[in-house]
Ligand binder design. Structure first.
Ligand code: WT7
Length: 576
């Protein structure tokens, strides 16, 4: 089914938005106050969408559980009551370490209704990264699952002085661990009435930890008013209409899984599919077909894995309900855009944002022609610039088309982060006057499309040329033998750095000297000798963060025999 896009006129991209005048679209709390939980749940539960399915969970065995807006609202009020009874007050932090289950949603909104900050953690983290984050975020309550408790929480709970209660989602196969409280039994004692905390748009609501690919984790704080950006970007960049069935494949332990797996779809009032299982090409195609997904938001890693599984897997399923596909998280190689067109019958729309931006800021929206390989254009309400940071901290605007520089955004969109928890200086360093500096290198073409070049710290400087690893990786990926490619700069006495590639091959292909020579020649032909890799090694797989980003830093450290640094976000088998 084709529907007219929410953003019909692409000339609106990048134009100013009066955010305050949009607030009534999300209904503040009657009387006074603005709260994400009110806008995402209560207002639907009390309106014409109350009986619509808000969430449809697909269990590992394929069984479905659904929650309507009004059912979700009732559970959330009970949960808020339970948190309040346990002493949760405005400004406290509630951590969630849960799989993709109904209680995750109930607990997130329950905390928001109390005016607390919600801090979701990825359930595949081990005890140490969990401890660090709970400590940094001064978690007062941790909600977790029985199956996760013994391995991940028990070893650390005693050392966290601020942690007042551990609440465990009961599991009939596992006795409730001593010293914890049962989630369902707490909720059963509460009534379905709760007076939502009358928070204001500027009050903190969410705490997201980001370590990117380097350094110690930072806790990015977002406010209730961010809802406006989740809502607007959900409408424009994901083209969500209230009758859509939406599937965001990201785990809510990551910001994508919160902003677009929990918040945006409910703010808009759609039905959201939540897969409790793990990636499997057959399973994913089945979910798309059987759940009748109309809008799908996923990531390049997943798309590459589907590409690897081959087109026959897709063709066995009826994907005709699908009408819009978007991707985020790392560069979407042109190859993947074409694959979408061929196999899904739809091109894949890349979009760009960061934990710090809280929501999508640059996107290929449906009304805009896709330029494969480009992230698209700034959404309405986002002013984006290409700049160069001077040594003295001053920032120079690079006006011309096709000039490479750092992406900067004019501060003021509603989902912009408001702090790195407890690290004021690190926060201030992200800004130059009115501009937020993203740390990403981009170029803007003459038509106003932005192209990702690389993280500022991944960029290679070889013989005076700045080389973005993505461009080189994309060229290698066009070779039929290549499954994944990562490119680093390796110190070289002559060139400063030389380009070195790491490649993993498709299942049926074996590494050989001939293939190495062929790939190097292939890249040279596409990229020219100044940009093409000079060295190439084969690897069975490439290191990625748990959210799917290539860890070029780790490849580089291993190549050069340097310390490997913080590996808490490293994943061997890429999850989504
Ligand atoms: C970094 C942010 C994606 C939001 C959730 C993860 C890279 C993101 C793209 C894209 C190329 C992208 C950037 C950015 N990135 N989207 N479409 N093309 N690179 O947020 O973990 O804070 O990561 O992901 O480098 O800064 P995050």
């Amino acid at each position: 089914m084709r529907v007219p896009p929410n953003l019909a006129d692409p000339r609106a991209m990048g134009t100013p938005v009066d955010w305050v005048s949009l607030r009534p679209e999300l209904d503040g709390i009657p009387g006074e106050g603005f709260n994400l939980a009110w806008s995402a749940i209560e207002r639907h539960a009390r309106g014409p969408r109350s009986a619509q399915t808000a969430l449809r969970f697909v269990a590992r065995d394929g069984k479905r559980r659904t929650l309507t807006y009004v059912e979700l609202a009732r559970a959330v009020r009970r949960c808020a009551g339970a948190f309040r009874r346990l002493g949760v007050r405005k400004g406290d932090t509630v951590f969630l370490l849960l799989p993709r289950c109904p209680e995750l949603f109930t607990a997130a909104f329950g905390a928001l209704e109390c005016g607390a900050l919600v801090a979701p953690l990825f359930s595949a983290f081990g005890p140490e990264p969990i401890r660090t984050r709970l400590e940094l975020g001064r978690g007062k309550i941790l909600v977790t699952a029985a199956a996760l408790h013994a391995r991940k929480v028990k070893p650390i709970a005693g050392s966290l002085r601020e942690l007042a209660h551990v609440i465990v989602v009961e599991d009939e196969r596992i006795p409730l661990p001593p010293g914890t409280l049962g989630f369902a039994s707490l909720l059963a004692r509460e009534s379905e009435e709760f007076a939502i905390e009358r928070t204001q748009p500027q009050d903190p609501a969410l705490l997201h930890f980001t370590s990117g690919t380097t350094g110690k984790p930072k806790g990015a704080v977002h406010v209730h008013g961010a809802a406006l950006m989740h809502w607007l970007s959900g409408k424009y960049a994901l083209d969500l209409h209230p009758d859509d069935v939406f599937w965001c494949t990201a785990d809510p332990g990551w910001v994508t899984g919160t902003s677009y797996g929990i918040l945006a779809p409910l703010l808009i009032g759609v039905t959201s599919v939540v897969d409790e299982g793990e990636f499997d090409a057959e399973r994913w195609y089945r979910i798309l077909a059987e759940e009748g997904v109309t809008v799908w938001y996923t990531a390049p890693t997943a798309i590459r894995m589907l590409m690897k599984a081959g087109p026959a897997a897709a063709r066995a399923h009826d994907l005709t309900r699908l009408r819009f596909v978007a991707s985020v998280g790392e560069p979407l190689n042109p190859e993947a855009v074409w694959w979408g067109q061929e196999v899904l019958g739809l091109p894949i729309h890349d979009n760009y944002w960061q934990t710090e931006t809280g929501g999508i800021v640059i996107a290929n929206v449906p009304a805009l022609d896709i330029k494969p390989g480009s992230m698209g254009q700034p959404l309405p309400g986002i002013e984006a610039f290409v700049v160069k940071r001077g040594r003295d901290g001053a920032v120079e605007h690079l006006e011309g088309p096709d000039v490479q520089g750092e992406l900067a955004l004019r501060a003021g969109w509603p989902s912009m982060f408001r702090a790195y928890l407890g690290e004021e200086e690190r926060y201030e360093k992200c800004f130059a006057g009115e501009l937020y500096l993203t740390g990403d290198l981009v170029r803007r073409d003459a038509d106003g499309y932005f192209w990702f070049v690389g993280r500022a710290d991944d960029v290679i400087k070889s013989a005076g040329h700045l080389i973005g690893p993505f461009e080189v990786e994309s060229a290698l990926l066009e070779h039929p033998a290549v499954a994944e490619a990562a490119v680093i700069g390796k110190p070289d006495p002559l060139a400063g750095e030389l380009v070195k590639a790491f490649v993993s091959l498709k299942d049926s292909v074996l590494p050989s000297q001939e293939l190495r020579a062929e790939l190097l020649a292939f890249a040279r032909k596409r990229l020219g000798p100044a940009v093409a890799p000079k060295e190439l090694d084969f690897r069975p797989s490439l290191p990625r963060t748990r959210s799917g980003k290539l860890m070029r830093r780790l490849l580089r450290a291993r190549e050069l025999g340097l310390p490997e640094g913080d590996l808490s976000t490293l994943e061997n088998s890429p999850p989504l």
